[in-house]
Design a protein around this ligand. Structure first.
Ligand code: ADP
Ligand code: ADP
Length: 227
């Protein structure tokens, strides 16, 4: 089943002489349960692509369909709600809220949507992420790997259709990186979580089903590794 469809996606920042074409007519589809790594040199448009897939910023051309929804046909309010429910975003620097506890950070997307926290689901997620004894801690009381697991929890709390990650191991030491790579792989294999990950980390690229290389805002290569 096709879960994500990108058609002729373009993004230009700025206008006139200073305009930067960050994405230039990018099209591809992702099947449910696929694990896609996005690689490419710095400045090639990877983060821009992820932002367009994540509804963080609007493209200047083209469409993004998540399941049946044409994301950029939504207005700002609808898009914000759609994003919180259907897209789990993970960043290199975790982006946790320092004054909120682990539990509060994880359940924030539900709170913002005035949705109830399902205690059973939260417990199960907390166990999967091995954060049982950290729920009342603040982010700065945790290791980098633990903080990234909290941000993965926040991304998964609303059962998103797709999970997007921008260099999820970029700020972690080797041991914590491996742990996060294993966790992402497990979420993909066990829960069939669709994953799209920007990475320079070979360990992640080696786990992916498919590697898309971006160069100068275009797809330079799209390789299926297995299946
Ligand atoms: P990557 O993630 O591959 O490093 P980016 O998507 O961050 O690439 O950037 C692609 C190009 O777009 C670069 O030339 C970058 O400087 C430019 N760019 C990215 N974001 C912005 C922005 N908000 N405003 C202006 N230019 C931007
Ligand atoms: P990455 O390695 O993830 O691409 P960057 O340092 O390129 O990190 O970008 C960090 C943030 O700054 C991103 O949100 C990106 O969109 C924005 N950005 C990148 N290049 C520019 C730019 N030339 N002008 C304004 N914002 C930019």
């Amino acid at each position: 089943m096709e879960i994500l469809k990108i058609e002729h996606l373009s993004k230009t920042y700025g206008k006139g002489e200073s305009a930067v074409k960050a994405l230039d007519d990018v099209s591809f589809s992702v099947q449910k349960g696929e694990f896609v790594a996005i690689i490419g040199p710095s400045g090639s448009g990877k983060s821009t692509l992820l932002h367009m897939l994540g509804g963080v910023d609007r493209p200047t051309g083209g469409n993004v369909f998540v399941e049946e929804t044409d994301m950029y046909a939504l207005n700002e309010t609808q898009l914000a709600i759609f994003r919180r429910r259907q897209i789990g975003l993970i960043y290199q620097f975790f982006n946790l809220i320092p004054v909120l506890t682990v539990e509060e950070n994880m359940t924030l997307p539900l709170l913002l949507d005035q949705q109830k926290v399902d205690k059973k689901q939260l417990d199960s997620l907390v166990n999967t992420l091995n954060l049982q004894h950290r729920l009342n801690h603040l982010p700065n009381q945790l290791s980098g790997g633990q903080q990234q697991r909290v941000s993965i929890g926040r991304a998964l709390i609303s059962n998103p259709a797709i999970m997007l990650a921008d260099e999820p191991t970029g700020n972690l030491d080797s041991k914590n990186s491996s742990e996060i790579v294993d966790l992402l792989k497990m979420l993909n294999k066990t829960y069939h979580q669709t994953l799209i990950v920007i990475t320079h980390d070979e360990r992640i690229a080696l786990q992916a089903d498919r590697i898309i290389s971006i160069e100068d805002g275009r797809i330079a290569k799209d390789e299926v590794i297995r299946r």
